[in-house]
Write a protein that binds this ligand. Structure first.
Ligand SMILES: C[S@@+](CC[C@H](N)C(=O)[O-])C[C@H]1O[C@@H](n2cnc3c(N)ncnc32)[C@H](O)[C@@H]1O
Length: 271
């Protein structure tokens, strides 16, 4: 069956409220085939019963598949890597004080299929002897359950790793056919969780963080949801901690809560 414009629009309103992602007409049309595949998978042949299952009967399994169908998961290793250098060479050394080894908690929200989480770990491991002076706890969350599964598996395409410096790729990955598998020690050290940043029942259980990366998600949200997301980040971050954004994510940031750290770095210090 083919969904009509008005049916797609009803789903878009539901998804925008639930996830934050704004789905304009063009985007909706791009995703319509995937949405129809979800309907087929659960054997719905009319829109109305499908819509009722997700909207009113709160069928979480179908809703999750629907969410997975409309997320944009584009990511790759070493993306906007200048920030990893600032993290490992300038910010983390500030946490290394006296003789005590600090534990620094890092949240990557959203993490998509894990490349950003592992890139941060690689940047830290490659930063002299920093890793001996600091305990790192790193958590990646994303609303897309397929991406979280992929992040846990740690198996990547050539396209995904091609921006990594060759010596780092060689040191931490094993070739499996045409794919690249990240070292098990990194996989085991990272935690990945499926979570919606607007779902307080999960977010409130994560505890507080010293560093939060939120890159290339807020660009898909409307102004109100961007502000909601910044409020969530403010609550998740400890005082005087750091927020790393993508180059197009900072509009609507609350300047009474976050100060820019360095010009053009897209890094902010929580007040
Ligand atoms: C373009 S990817 C960015 C990944 C990575 N941070 C990067 O910059 O390479 C955007 C991700 O945001 C996730 N996402 C969208 N809305 C979300 C929400 N409400 N809660 C958590 N993750 C969300 C999507 O599933 C998608 O994987």
């Amino acid at each position: 069956m083919q969904l009509s414009d008005s049916e797609l629009e009803r789903l878009a309103i539901f998804l925008q409220k639930r996830v934050g992602i704004v789905l304009e007409k063009q985007k909706l049309l791009r995703f319509s085939r995937k949405i129809e595949d979800v309907m087929k998978k659960y054997k719905f042949d009319d829109f109305s019963s499908f819509y009722h299952a997700v909207r009113f009967h709160h069928n979480e399994e179908i809703t999750q598949d629907l969410i997975n169908a409309v997320t944009v998961n584009e990511t790759y290793f070493w993306r906007e890597h200048e920030q990893f250098e600032i993290l490992s060479q300038e910010i983390l050394p500030l946490y290394v004080k006296n003789n005590t080894i600090p534990t620094v908690r890092i949240l990557v929200s959203p993490c998509s299929s894990g490349e950003e989480v592992y890139s941060i770990m690689l940047a830290i491991l490659e930063s002299g002897n920093l890793i001996e002076k600091i305990n790192i706890e790193i958590v990646g969350i994303d609303i897309d359950s397929n991406m979280i599964q992929k992040a846990k598996e740690g198996l990547y395409s050539k396209r995904s790793v091609e921006k990594l410096p060759a010596h780092i790729c060689k040191k931490y990955f094993t070739k499996v056919g045409t794919l690249y598998k990240i070292d098990d020690s990194l996989r085991e050290a990272a935690t990945f969780l499926q979570a919606n940043i607007f779902d307080a029942s999960i977010i409130n259980k994560l505890g507080s963080f010293d560093i939060l990366f939120s890159r290339n998600m807020l660009i898909y949200f409307n102004l109100m949801d961007k502000r909601r997301a910044f409020d969530t980040f403010y609550k998740l971050l400890k005082p005087k901690s750091y927020l790393f954004l993508g180059h197009a994510d900072a509009s609507q940031i609350d300047k009474t809560k976050f100060n820019p750290l360095k010009i053009h770095s897209h890094i902010y210090k929580r007040i």
